[in-house]
Structures are given as structure tokens and as C-alpha cells.
Design a binder for this molecule. Structure first.
Ligand SMILES: C[S@@+](CC[C@H](N)C(=O)[O-])C[C@H]1O[C@@H](n2cnc3c(N)ncnc32)[C@H](O)[C@@H]1O
Length: 294
């Protein structure tokens, strides 16, 4: 199955991702990068570039980023997303043809979109210079076999590596409903299903990454980067994201457990009522992981 990640969905989640990320691990990643400039950095499975936007301003001086993804539509969308972002930050930007140059004076930030299927062509990554590698919301999609290949490449060319926002399987809806466990089980089965990379690690990814990277000699730090979505203090801030998550969760659960479709429909309708009443909240467990060469 080839899973696609629509731009609308990536845009919807960008602010929740930004709020959830561990600042401590981002600081640790930045501190471990060399002092040479321009720094060359890689964002794996970059989508529309949200992970790069989260890290760019944290790193001082000139930077050259390569944003890898196999989805050409998302690579094209990066130009627009960086342009909107840079304008909001007050940075002049020129963008076009898969490249963007942001003038964060006195620093120059170059961003290059790079079409690459990381499953098929991971070895191509080894042909580039890089001082650090990062990814966000990606490692739960990969298989144990692919993770092994990636860790071998990183062990060969050891640089700081930051993987943000990997799901860890925790999921807590409030108010509680009896069928939460049924949905969680069906949803987890769907996430473990075969993606492009073979059977996905899903919520086992944080443990799998930590074990493989430690064995390859890296020092590991982990921190929680949970989404805490709710209709309470932030008012309607999370309404659109919760609506999309409910629809996505119901759909995935029905695909994984078609014989339970009636119960899944009832669960989704009850959750939609809580949402309309302004009393739905959801915590989704994620973790950030920093791996540093020993
Ligand atoms: C959940 S999105 C995360 C995007 C981005 N990192 C972010 O944080 O918004 C997963 C990304 O993985 C990309 N992807 C999935 N399989 C891939 C592959 N085989 N090679 C390269 N990119 C892939 C998708 O196109 C998508 O952009």
C-alpha cells in the first residue's frame, strides 16, 4: 500500500507538532553540530518542510538543507510553505524551482527539495555531505529491516541525528468511552500494516530505534513530545485537528476491523457529540529521540 500524506493534513498538524516538540532535545542536536558553516543538514521524509522550519531558527549561521521526500507534490508545495513562513517571520525569501533562499541576516538559509524514495534508494543519501540528519513523524512508518539499513548508514557516517514526533502508542481520549480500547486496537493494527517500507514499526519505533542506535554506538536521549489536544483552554484551536483525527481514526479502524463497523460508527458519533459540546480532549503519545555519535 502506498500511503499518501495530503498537504492539508500536514498543514493542519504543523502547529500541534511545533508545540509538542522537545526544546531540550532540539538544543542538544544544535549543540552537537559542528561549528563549520554552511552547515549541511538533511530532513528525511520532509513533506512540506515543517521539521526544517522548526529547526532552522534554532541553528545559528549559514545552513544548506536538503529536504528529501518521494512525494513530488509535497516537494513542490515546500516553496509556498517556506514563503508564507518566512514572511511571517519577517525574512526576505526567494523561492522557485525546488530551491529557496531565506535571508536571515547575516545568515543565509538555503533549502533544496530532493525527490528520493528512501525505501528504494536509501544508499543515495550516502552520496551527500551532511553534518546532521533529522526527521519528524516518519520513523513509525518504516520497517525494522529499513531501520537496520538506515542505522548502518549512520554508523558509517556518524553525525548527530534527531527524530522528532515518533508515535509511541499512547492515546487517551476524554471523556472515556467503553469502546476506546476496541478502536485503539484496530487503529494500532492498521498502523502496523504493510506500508511502502514493509511492515511498519508503528508504536514500537521508539524502542526499536533506541536499541539499534545504541548497539551501533550512539548515545541516546529521549523525551516525550505528546500532542495534547482539547477544547478547554485553547478554545476552538484544536477543533479542525480533532475533527480530522476522529475521521481518520474511524476510517483506519473500520479498515482493520470491518466486522466491527457498527460499534466504530457509534464510537465516532459519540466522540463527535463531545466535540460539538466542547468537552473532547485527546493526548497522543509521541517521543523525540536524539542520537549522538559516541
Ligand atoms: C507524516 S509525513 C511527515 C512529513 C514531515 N516530516 C512533517 O513533519 O510534516 C510522512 C512523510 O514521509 C514521506 N514518505 C513516505 N514514504 C517515503 C519514502 N519511501 N521515501 C521518501 N519519503 C517518504 C511522505 O511522503 C510524507 O511526506
Amino acid at each position: 500500500m502506498s500511503e499518501r500524506f495530503p498537504l492539508d493534513w500536514l498543514k493542519l498538524r504543523e502547529s500541534a507538532d511545533l508545540a509538542a516538540r522537545s526544546p531540550a532535545l532540539a538544543r542538544g542536536f544544535v549543540a552537537a553540530l559542528p561549528s563549520t558553516r554552511p552547515l549541511q543538514l538533511v530532513d528525511l521524509a520532509a513533506g512540506s518542510g515543517a521539521n526544517t522550519r522548526a529547526l532552522l531558527p534554532r541553528i545559528g549561521g549559514d545552513q544548506l538543507w536538503r529536504l528529501i521526500d518521494r512525494d513530488r507534490d509535497l516537494l513542490v508545495a515546500q516553496g509556498e510553505e517556506f514563503t508564507l513562513w518566512a514572511r511571517r517571520q519577517g525574512y526576505p525569501i526567494t523561492a522557485g524551482g525546488g530551491r529557496a533562499l531565506i535571508e536571515a541576516r547575516p545568515a543565509h538559509w538555503q533549502i533544496e527539495a530532493m525527490p528520493l524514495d528512501l525505501d528504494r534508494d536509501l544508499a543515495t543519501l550516502g552520496e551527500f555531505e551532511f553534518d546532521g540528519i533529522t526527521a519528524a513523524s516518519f520513523f513509525d512508518l518504516v520497517s525494522a529491516e529499513w531501520l537496520g539499513r538506515f542505522v548502518a548508514l549512520l554508523a558509517d557516517r556518524p553525525v548527530p541525528f534527531l527524530a522528532a514526533l515518533t508515535i509511541d502508542g499512547r492515546r487517551e481520549w476524554q471523556p472515556h468511552l467503553e469502546d476506546d480500547a476496541l478502536i485503539a486496537e484496530a487503529f494500532a493494527a492498521h498502523q502496523r500494516g504493510s506500508k511502502d517500507f514493509g511492515p511498519a514499526l508503528g508504536s514500537r519505533a521508539p524502542e526499536g530505534m533506541e536499541a539499534a542506535l545504541r548497539q551501533a554506538g550512539f548515545r541516546i536521549e529521549r523525551a516525550a513530545s505528546d500532542w495534547r489536544l482539547g477544547m478547554g483552554q485553547g478554545g476552538g484551536r484544536d477543533h479542525a485537528l480533532l475533527t480530522a483525527l476522529l475521521a481518520g481514526e474511524g476510517r483506519a479502524a473500520r479498515e482493520a476491523a470491518p466486522d466491527r463497523a457498527d460499534r466504530i460508527d457509534a464510537w465516532e458519533n459519540a466522540r463527535l457529540s463531545f466535540l460539538a459540546e466542547g468537552r473532547l480532549s485527546l493526548t497522543i503519545g509521541h517521543c523525540d529521540l536524539l542520537a549522538l555519535p559516541a
